[in-house]
Design a protein around this ligand. Structure first.
Ligand code: ADP
Length: 289
């Protein structure tokens, strides 16, 4: 279990990025969902011990994460948002190099580990190819291989699927789910679908604060039976935004499809729809404004 207690961080420019964040994160996939600027990367970097908070504490099992960074580094894998690569290196040689840096000194152990990981992330066939020839998805899978080198108990993955096509995204999802079976994987994202498809627990953060932490099913259940949909002309939108709690608008075949949350059935042409995690997410964000 990872226990985060009252983490605070204000940057030198006065931006409050973490405002008393507390979370309990069990084994499995944990989704950290929030709009851009919510504080996700700041939290990820703090958990990865790359940046100190101003206050608060983090415990991973028996380890005081902020007090014993060396112990944590042995248990930690981190895939940052902008993972820089050496374009002219092959996947095999760069992973071998990272393995050396990680202290896997015995050559036979290192070669076996590099081979195992490249197979695991499905890059064995292309191990001799230069990284510059890799697609976005292949690069992310390489990033996961390097993050798994030390067989971490805690894997932190920051915005991993932006820029991946749907097929690459699915392959990446499968890989993460497999990895999440036996350890804590924290996935930070602004893509609701990622959390919906992958995570057993999640938190919504905004403005450096936890808006809600629960299972995706519990979060959806909170708005179930209260979401209504209607197709309108664009000109009607602003009046409806004034009178209803509009959580999303979407253009569909020249019409605007709006979804609202209301406790009682709205009159004029709205129909009840089954709530999605996206509805719940937009609703909670609007409530937290
Ligand atoms: P997210 O990952 O959810 O987009 P970030 O943690 O990157 O959010 O940013 C949270 C807030 O902190 C934003 O307002 C951002 O502009 C600000 N911020 C992030 N890093 C720094 C920094 N190094 N110095 C100053 N402000 C920062």
């Amino acid at each position: 279990m990872l226990l985060i207690d009252n983490l605070c961080k204000t940057y030198a420019n006065g931006v409050v990025a973490l405002n008393n964040i507390s979370l309990q994160i069990p084994n499995g996939m944990f989704g950290l969902l929030g709009p851009n600027g919510a504080g996700k990367s700041s939290l990820m970097r703090t958990l990865a011990t790359l940046q100190d908070p101003d206050g608060g504490s983090i415990r991973l099992g028996n380890i005081d994460v902020l007090g014993d960074k060396n112990a944590v580094k042995k248990l930690l894998g981190y895939l940052p948002q902008d993972f820089g690569l050496f374009p002219k290196e092959s996947a095999w040689s760069l992973l071998n190099h990272f393995a050396q840096l990680k202290g896997i000194n015995k050559k036979s152990t290192r070669v076996a580990r590099v081979e195992e990981l490249l197979k695991r992330v499905n890059l064995w066939q292309v191990r001799k190819h230069k990284l510059e020839s890799f697609s976005g998805g292949m690069r992310q899978r390489f990033g996961i291989a390097q993050a798994l080198l030390g067989n971490p108990q805690l894997l932190i993955v920051d915005e991993p699927t932006s820029g991946l096509d749907p097929q690459e995204r699915n392959r990446f999802y499968d890989l993460l789910s497999e990895i999440g079976e036996h350890r804590i994987v924290i996935l930070s994202t602004h893509i609701v679908q990622d959390v919906n498809d992958l995570c057993t627990n999640m938190a919504i953060i905004k403005g450096g604060q936890v808006v809600l932490a629960a299972t995706p099913q519990q979060i959806v259940a909170q708005v179930q039976g209260r979401v209504w949909q209607k197709s309108i002309d664009k000109q009607q939108l602003s009046a409806l935004q004034d009178s209803c709690n509009v959580i999303s608008t979407r253009l569909l075949g020249g019409q605007t499809l709006i979804r609202i949350v209301a406790d009682t059935p709205p009159s004029d042409g709205f129909c009840a729809v089954s709530a999605t995690l996206e509805d719940a997410y937009f609703y909670h964000l609007s409530q937290a404004a």
